[in-house]
Design a protein around this ligand. Structure first.
Ligand code: ZN
Length: 439
């Protein structure tokens, strides 16, 4: 069943969005035992807590705040409460329910920016109804019987004149973004530091009209193929932007072979196309052969899913090192035989925004040798599984565009976010372009 493909009406798409490579954190709450102490004993209490109940795994939590209703008191986090020590919540007072729920859903909202994550966020939300909020009745927390405290903390509480022993809930992990920080602060004060690598990409950025049009052309083709493919209903198209013709096309063949997912077959097709376009004999010299990525992968496309991928995954090989050296030297390698070939390689495409026109034309001049799918885009109807997503890493595609998210098996935003894994030797951008719901 492929909506939009059967019948005469062409499929209509929603605007494609960049699927963030930053893993989005869900709000996880931890119960805090909080007590109020006279402001003047604040330092003493903090020092004592530092040795009795340090919080090494929750450094983002502010340990102390001024009591909102009484400036002579400091509310202090005594410890994280074990789950079995948390008293069952009492019904919220009528005046506090509205604001508490609103604050809690604010907090949940910022974690559910993708549809795949929506269900997880929704299931985490019900607990929020009773303990979220900072400005309603919930702000005062839920009373905590003294005997629920660990013994050492209990002694400290009594010794320093603690009062108002209560349970609050706070964000259990440090926020990744300013938005999360703002929302989660409503539960209990937390700190946020801008990550070392700059502001993480966590928003689903829509593509521009030109890119959308290019995406739609190829996705329409993939949907056509999938619709004709029978029950498997999946197909992949690999294209060399901005060309509107494809380099390789494949339908799901997993009924015949368990590894023949549409993406895997399409990658093999692209490899065959490359080999036919740039035959290995054309590289000539022995030096050229040494820099030939195919020579490490065992040559034939038949083995490209096995040994070649493992070799590639082990890290940069001689070809990449030479390429990096050539890039670093700035002069390229206009000189010798092997260098000539490296200079002809298509550049590795970096972090920049989508720019379909910056790659080599489909009809590349003879003698050039791109590394596999460098600069290509892969359009696939269903969100790729982990195997296919890794296959795409090894093939070095530039972008992956899928139409139907898969919350169960999807590796690019569904159950996993493989493109967020910066330790891989290649990263591609991922876009989700869903069909418009039919009315
Ligand atoms: Zn797959």
């Amino acid at each position: 069943m492929a909506p939009g493909v059967d019948g005469a009406a062409p499929p209509e798409f929603l605007t494609a969005v960049l699927v963030p490579s930053q893993t989005e954190l869900q709000l996880q709450k931890v119960p805090l035992a909080v007590a109020a102490f006279p402001s003047k004993s604040g330092n003493l209490v903090m020092r004592a807590l530092g040795s009795v109940a340090p919080l090494p795994d929750h450094k983002h939590l502010k340990r102390v705040r001024k009591a909102p209703d009484d400036p002579s008191l400091l509310e202090t986090v005594l410890c994280i409460l074990p789950a079995d020590a948390v008293p069952s919540p009492t019904p919220a007072p009528a005046t506090g329910t509205g604001t508490g729920t609103a604050a809690a859903s604010d907090a949940a909202d910022c974690t559910s920016t993708s549809t795949a994550d929506g269900t997880a966020a929704a299931s985490a939300t019900p607990a929020a109804g009773t303990d979220g909020g900072s400005d309603g009745g919930e702000a005062s927390g839920v009373e905590l019987p003294l005997e629920r405290l660990p013994e050492a903390v209990r002694a400290l509480y009594s010794q320093h004149g603690g009062v108002r022993l209560r349970v609050f809930h706070a964000a259990g992990v440090a926020p990744q973004t300013r938005q999360q920080w703002e929302a989660w602060m409503k539960l209990w004060p937390i700190t946020w530091r801008i990550p070392d690598n700059g502001t993480p990409v966590t928003e689903e950025v829509p593509v521009d009209a030109r890119t959308q049009s290019y995406f739609e052309t190829h996705m329409r083709r993939a949907l056509e193929l999938a619709a004709a493919a029978g029950p498997a209903d999946n197909a992949a198209v690999i294209a060399n932007p901005p060309a509107l013709t494809s380099v390789a096309e494949a339908v799901d063949g997993s009924a015949a072979h368990p590894l023949h997912h549409a993406v895997m077959v399409a990658i093999q097709g692209a490899a065959d196309w490359d080999l036919a376009t740039w035959p290995p004999s054309a590289s000539g010299s022995a030096e050229g052969a040494a820099a030939d990525p195919y020579s490490r992968g065992g040559g034939g496309s038949g083995s490209s899913g096995g040994q070649g991928m493992e070799v590639d995954g082990a890290g940069p090989g001689p070809a990449e090192e030479a390429e990096e050296a050539a890039e670093a030297s700035g002069t390229g390698a206009a000189g010798g035989g092997g260098g000539e070939e490296l200079a002809c390689k298509r550049p590795r495409l970096g972090e920049g925004p989508a720019a379909p026109s910056q790659t080599a034309p489909a009809e590349a001049p003879a003698g050039t040798r791109p590394y596999m799918c460098t600069g290509y885009d892969c359009f696939v109807v269903r969100e790729p599984c982990i195997m296919c997503a890794m296959g795409l890493v090894h093939s070095r595609v530039q972008r992956v565009i899928y139409c139907r998210p898969d919350a169960v098996h999807g590796a690019l935003g569904g159950c996993r976010r493989l493109h967020a894994c910066r330790s891989l030797n290649h990263n591609y951008e991922v876009y989700r372009m869903e069909l418009k719901p039919r009315e």
